[in-house]
Design a protein around this ligand. Structure first.
Ligand code: FES
Ligand code: FES
Length: 183
């Protein structure tokens, strides 16, 4: 017997509503994403990263683990780095979100993005958006962070390719204020 999401037919032939379907609700939320006002309707279980990637199509924010381990989904919420897989979209009601797409201005890379390019702070690039968002937060909090503090500050972001060495160099390059040579 085929059971769909909406109803089930019992032995009596009586059609009953699926109790889960009956309680489905949606929430309307308003927030600002990369400087633009956004209105969205979400299931209460929708994660912030799902809203960002699937509804807003901002796919620079990645999903690596979905369990708040890897940092690939890091965005800024009200100026603080957060793992968007560990938050509900509804929790972003009224918030200002910045994703990797919102970091560059008028086509010019953010100095941290330019530093990653300059220092080859990436290989496959999967971790890079989250790494950059965390690194920006790190230097905002501690502009003179030592190498140890940089390594500690990026502990919540996992990279499977680089061995972290060039990522640390990129953060230090950004910290130095030097001009990148990469075109
Ligand atoms: S996908 Fe969010 S921390 Fe890994
Ligand atoms: S560059 Fe591949 S995971 Fe970091």
């Amino acid at each position: 017997m085929h059971l769909d999401n909406a109803s089930a037919s019992g032995a009596s032939g009586r059609v009953t509503q699926n109790p889960w379907r009956r309680h489905q609700v949606s929430i309307a939320i308003s927030l600002t994403v990369n400087g633009k006002a956004v209105q969205a309707t979400v299931d209460p279980r929708t994660l912030l990263v799902q809203l960002i990637r699937e509804q807003l199509q901002l796919t620079g924010t990645h999903v690596g683990c979905d369990t708040a381990q890897c940092g690939a989904c890091t965005v800024h919420m009200n100026g603080r780095a957060v793992k968007s897989c560990s938050m509900l979209a509804a929790q972003a009601q009224g918030a200002s979100i910045t994703t990797i797409e919102g970091l560059s201005q008028d086509g010019t890379l953010h100095p941290m993005q330019a530093a990653f390019r300059e220092c080859h702070g990436l290989q496959c690039g999967y971790c890079t958006p989250g790494m950059v968002m965390s690194a920006v937060q790190l230097l905002a909090d501690n502009p003179k962070a030592s190498e140890t503090e940089i390594r500690e500050g990026l502990e919540g972001n996992i990279c499977r390719c680089t061995g972290y060495h060039n990522i640390v160099k990129a953060v230090q390059f950004c910290q130095s204020g030097k001009q990148p040579t990469a075109a």
